[in-house]
Each structure stands twice: as structure tokens, then as C-alpha cells.
Design a protein around this ligand. Structure first.
Ligand SMILES: Cc1cc2nc3c(=O)[nH]c(=O)nc-3n(C[C@H](O)[C@H](O)[C@H](O)COP(=O)(O)OP(=O)(O)OC[C@H]3O[C@@H](n4cnc5c(N)ncnc54)[C@H](O)[C@@H]3O)c2cc1C
Length: 554
């Protein structure tokens, strides 16, 4: 490989994603430039890889002619070498199978390391999050919230938004947003990286480093599996014959049903159950376990059950479904609820009982890759599979299935695969959010988990009636529970049920990640009339009765 340069430019004048694309194109058009990357317009910088003779002035001129400003900040020679050893006879240095969040993160990291990357996608580019997961669900949840608050104004004068009663219009708006984000965050991003080739088709492993794609045998240097997961339904008698909605189908229903039974009260079942209820659908959620949101603190599940019931979302826990039937355009679900036989009927049925990795027909066996009990690709702490040339990331390796985990894992897998860096897959202090209203957000250990880990713990539970922000907003639904180590006072877990709990949890995440004590929260400024002030008040609850404190927890 000839000597090359890496030039870092500081950019000015960019105000949107389109600007970042214009600058990227301008830099790519300069003779001798191999790649140009402007990660985001906010980043305000570009990284260019070019032949050694490429002049700084030519790069600056290209940016200026496109209408922006540029200054060269760094120029360094890449001594004709890559950040990783090239495999002999490889078609690509790296092949990433699956073009979702994990796959994109892997491909981009590979490209940044100078690799020649193939990104293979069998379906819709962008994968689950943008097309059928986070983005469509959260935009519909927001629409449902506006609809609900307009119809039942608890916050007089605060909602001027008319109810989006026209479901089809809302669905179209959701589809427009999905299309725009898919284009901006995935399709366009591929073109920023000239050393990523997007290949369409379904890839299968053929053993060793072999991949079969569209009738062609390929042999990349390293492979990353990022094939995601699909909705899974339990083997309930009659379910397959009756048919049902999964979350994808539910988020694109052509019209609203009058009534809906949701099986499963995990994150997706709860979020979508409340969403449909707020659009006027009669919703019953059936849950096998003793609590909704079973992985959360029981106090949170109980309180959420009450709030949902106040909105006419009926939740049945300890439900064992014995049979599902469909007749006369209605579903009938027979079940034992708390040991008593019951029958529920509704126009529609949605199953939200989890997702399973996409590993069938991937050729794992022939590639000597082991799988776990749910079909997930088994990986070590560096995300390497049993086949030393194949790594895996994202939902395909099983829980926890969050998009930010998938993206983190994809980048890490690419770096480890290409450079042998041996970076650890570390999920310490991983926060998560259930986007109900109020939201559930959690980080670290629950009280029960801390005890099973052998910790002596103390806990504090603060109702939101003690949080000034909640009082001022006239929404005191929720609570904050902190779990701390007895003796040291180290914060082991924080669990929040509140409006905007997803924002509150980030402060607790830093505290858990960096081993802070409850007292550190108490001694840290928290702005008055913010929801995150609740964390400080909850921390104070370990020692004081916060109802007797003055303003600002003084
Ligand atoms: C309704 C719903 C709501 C969600 N909400 C959130 C949320 O709010 N926050 C959050 O963090 N997470 C959320 N998630 C989870 C999140 O979407 C996933 O964890 C994440 O998108 C997984 O990314 P991935 O790259 O591992 O897989 P995917 O995005 O599923 O990508 C896998 C890709 O691989 C392709 N593929 C499969 N097999 C092959 C093959 N053999 N050859 C080529 N291509 C193949 C597929 O077509 C797919 O595009 C939600 C999920 C759902 C379903």
C-alpha cells in the first residue's frame, strides 16, 4: 500500500446534516483523496485519508468552494500500513452481516481503522431500531400522549395540541419520520465511507472464513455477525392457528381495533398497551409473572399497574393461558388467572413475549459457532465466537437488547476482530428505560439482586409527592428507590418511576459507574425544580424525613 496521509480539518459554517454531506462530497472530489469523513455537522471536523502528495490547500479550497470554512489542524503520515494485519487472499478485510445498529457501528469502526469493509443486509437497511423498533414506537407513544392529555387534560392550559384522532395520519407521519431517519442515519452514512461496500442479500457462513452471498463464495479476513432478533411467541395451544400481531404489525395497523389483548407485560407490551389505550382502544394485558415489568423493583411494577388501571388499561398478572381461539372476528383467550378460570375476548391480539436471535439458516454449525439456549450466538468477553475469525454483536448475542448496547458492541467487535485489541465487553452500570407514562428507568442492582450478590444493603424509597418538580407539574405519579451498600453507602442501584425518568437516570448512572456514595449525591448541587433533584431527595431519605425539609432540600 502506498504512503498516505491522514489530515484533520476543523470546519466552520455547517448547520445541518446536509452541510456535513456537502463538505464530505467536496473533500471526496479532491484528487488523491481516498476517504473523507464528517461524522456529524455538530462535530465540526473532518478526517481525510489521502495520497501522500495531497496538498492541504486543495482540501481547504474544496471546502470553501462548497460554501464552508476549513483550517487544517493535523497532518500525519500513515506509513503504508494498516492498523491491523491483512489476511491473505481476503475479498474484504471485514464482512459485517446485518445492516442494523450493531452492523453499522461495526462497519464504521472497521472503516475508521482503514479496513475494506463489506456490509451485508438482507432486508431493510437500518434494521430494527429505526424501521420497526425504537423510532416508530416512540413517535407513536408521543402522539398517543398528546391525544390522551388533550382528551383528559390533567394539565389545564398546558396542552394546546389537538388529538391526533386520525390514526392513519399518525401512521403516515410515523412512516415519514422513519424514512427520513433511515436515509439520514443509515443510507447516507454509507456514502460517507468510501471503504464500506453495501451488499444486498442473505449471507450464510460456509465454514472457516467462508461466506456464501447471492451465489458467490467470499472469503473475508474477519466476519462480524450482527443479524439481530425477531419477535418470538410461546407455544400456546391455538395461537399459531388463530394468528396474532407482533409489535411490528401492531405499529403499522391500517386501522385501530375496538379492543386488544396484549400477551406479555415487559417493556414492549406495556409501552404498546398504553399507546393503544390512549388512542381509545380497550386494552387488557396478560402477564404470566407476579408483576408487570418483572425485571424492575416490585414497588415500581405495583405503582405502574395502578396508574395504568386509572387509564383503563387492565393488567392481569399470574396468568397462565391455556388456549386461544378465533371466531366471528374476535379472539378468545382462555386462562387461569390467579388460579381461577377466565376468558377474555378482543378484536385484536398482540404477542409481546420477547425476541429471539436471528440465527436459523446462518450456517453457524458448519462454521463451528456455538449457540446458547435461546439460539443466541455464544461469545467470549471480547465478543469472539468459538470460530476465531468470527465475532458477533447486538441482539444476535441475546440480552440485553438495547440499541445503544448493540452499537457499542458492534464497534468493539470490529476493533477486536481487526486489531486483536482484546477490549472487554463491559456492561457495568447499564441504564435502561421503559417508555410508559410515567417512564420506568433503572441502573445497577435491584434490592433483590444486591442481596443475592451477598451484599448487605439499605434502601430508600421516595414518593414523587416529595419532589417539587412533580408537584409543580401536577404529576406526582411515581417514586424513586435507591439501593446502597450498608456501611460504605456506595450506590448500587437507582430505580425511578416518573415523568422523564429516562433523563433522571443518567445522573444515577454516573454515580453507579464511578462508585459514588449516597452522601456524594447529597453533597452535589441539583437544580431546584428539576426532576433529577428527586435523586438528591431520595439520597437524603436514608438519613432524614424529607417532608420536614425546607426548599432546595435545605
Ligand atoms: C418495538 C421495539 C421497540 C424498541 N425500543 C427500543 C428503545 O426505545 N430503546 C432501545 O435501546 N432499544 C429498543 N429496541 C431494541 C432495539 O431496536 C434493538 O436492540 C436493536 O435495534 C438491535 O440492533 P441489531 O443491530 O443487533 O439488530 P437489527 O437492528 O435487527 O439488525 C439486524 C439486521 O440484520 C439483517 N439480517 C439478518 N440476517 C441476515 C443475513 N443472514 N444476511 C444479511 N442480513 C441479515 C436484518 O435484516 C436486520 O436488518 C426496541 C425493539 C423493538 C422491537
Amino acid at each position: 500500500m502506498a504512503d498516505r496521509l491522514q489530515v484533520t480539518l476543523e470546519l466552520g459554517g455547517m448547520t445541518c446534516d446536509g452541510c456535513a454531506r456537502h463538505v464530505t462530497k467536496a473533500l471526496q472530489s479532491v484528487a488523491g483523496v481516498a476517504s473523507a469523513q464528517v461524522p456529524t455537522w455538530q462535530a465540526g471536523s473532518a478526517t481525510v485519508v489521502a495520497e501522500a502528495g495531497t496538498e492541504d490547500a486543495a482540501l481547504v479550497r474544496a471546502v470553501e468552494e462548497a460554501g464552508y470554512r476549513a483550517v487544517v489542524r493535523e497532518r500525519r503520515r500513515i506509513e503504508g500500513e494498516r492498523a491491523f494485519p491483512a489476511e491473505a487472499k481476503a475479498d474484504y478485510d471485514l464482512m459485517v452481516i446485518g445492516g442494523g445498529s450493531a452492523g453499522f457501528a461495526a462497519a464504521i469502526k472497521g472503516a475508521e481503522l482503514g479496513a475494506n469493509v463489506a456490509l451485508v443486509e438482507a432486508g431493510t437497511i437500518g434494521g430494527t431500531c429505526v424501521n420497526i423498533g425504537c423510532v416508530p414506537s416512540k413517535t407513536l407513544i408521543k402522539a398517543a400522549e398528546l391525544c390522551y392529555r388533550s382528551a383528559y387534560p390533567k394539565f389545564e392550559g398546558l396542552t394546546a395540541c389537538p388529538p391526533p384522532s386520525d390514526w392513519q395520519r399518525v401512521i403516515h407521519q410515523k412512516d415519514d419520520l422513519v424514512a427520513a431517519l433511515r436515509q439520514g442515519k443509515y443510507v447516507d452514512v454509507v456514502s460517507v465511507y468510501p471503504n464500506i461496500s453495501l451488499l444486498r442479500g442473505r449471507a450464510t457462513l460456509t465454514g472457516g472464513r467462508g461466506v456464501h452471498l447471492n451465489g458467490t463464495a467470499l472469503s473475508p479476513g474477519k466476519i462480524i455477525l450482527a443479524t439481530g432478533a425477531h419477535a418470538w411467541a410461546p407455544p400456546i395451544p391455538g395461537l399459531a392457528e388463530a394468528g396474532y400481531l407482533d409489535s411490528t404489525a401492531a405499529l403499522s395497523l391500517p386501522s385501530l381495533p375496538a379492543s386488544l389483548i396484549v400477551i406479555g407485560a415487559g417493556a414492549i407490551g406495556l409501552e404498546l398497551g398504553q399507546l393503544f389505550s390512549r388512542f381509545g382502544v380497550r386494552v387488557i394485558i396478560l402477564e404470566g409473572g407476579p408483576h408487570v415489568a418483572g425485571a424492575e423493583e416490585p414497588e415500581i411494577g405495583q405503582a405502574l399497574t395502578q396508574y395504568l388501571a386509572e387509564e383503563q388499561v387492565w393488567l392481569c398478572t399470574n396468568t397462565h393461558i391455556t388456549r386461544i381461539e378465533r371466531a366471528g372476528g374476535h379472539y378468545g383467550v382462555r386462562a387461569q388467572i390467579d388460579g381461577q378460570p377466565e376468558t377474555c375476548a378482543a378484536e385484536q391480539l398482540m404477542v409481546a413475549t420477547g425476541r429471539r436471535p436471528n440465527t436459523a439458516d446462518l450456517g453457524l454449525e458448519v462454521a463451528a459457532i456455538a449457540v446458547g439456549p435461546r439460539g443466541e450466538v455464544a461469545v467470549d468477553k471480547h465478543l469472539r465466537t468459538a470460530n476465531p475469525d468470527v465475532y458477533a454483536a447486538g441482539d444476535v448475542i441475546g440480552e440485553p437488547a438495547y440499541v445503544y448496547v448493540a452499537a457499542y458492541a458492534g464497534g468493539l467487535a470490529a476493533e477486536n476482530a481487526l486489531t486483536g485489541a482484546g477490549r472487554l465487553y463491559d456492561l457495568t452500570a447499564l441504564p435502561h428505560v421503559i417508555f410508559t407514562d410515567p417512564q420506568v428507568a433503572s441502573v445497577g442492582w435491584t434490592e433483590a439482586k444486591a442481596r443475592t450478590e451477598g451484599k448487605q444493603v439499605k434502601t430508600a424509597v421516595l414518593p414523587l409527592t416529595a419532589v417539587p418538580r412533580a408537584l409543580a407539574s401536577r404529576d406526582t405519579r411515581g417514586l424513586i428507590k435507591l439501593v446502597a451498600e450498608e456501611g460504605t453507602g456506595k450506590l448500587l442501584g437507582a430505580h425511578v418511576l416518573a415523568d422523564q425518568a429516562g433523563e433522571v437516570i443518567q445522573a444515577a448512572t454516573l454515580a453507579v459507574k464511578f462508585g459514588l456514595r449516597v452522601q456524594d449525591l447529597v453533597e452535589t448541587f441539583h437544580p431546584y425544580l428539576t426532576m433529577v433533584e428527586g435523586l438528591k431527595l431520595a439520597a437524603l431519605t436514608f438519613e432524614k424525613d424529607v417532608s420536614k425539609l425546607s426548599c432546595c432540600a435545605a
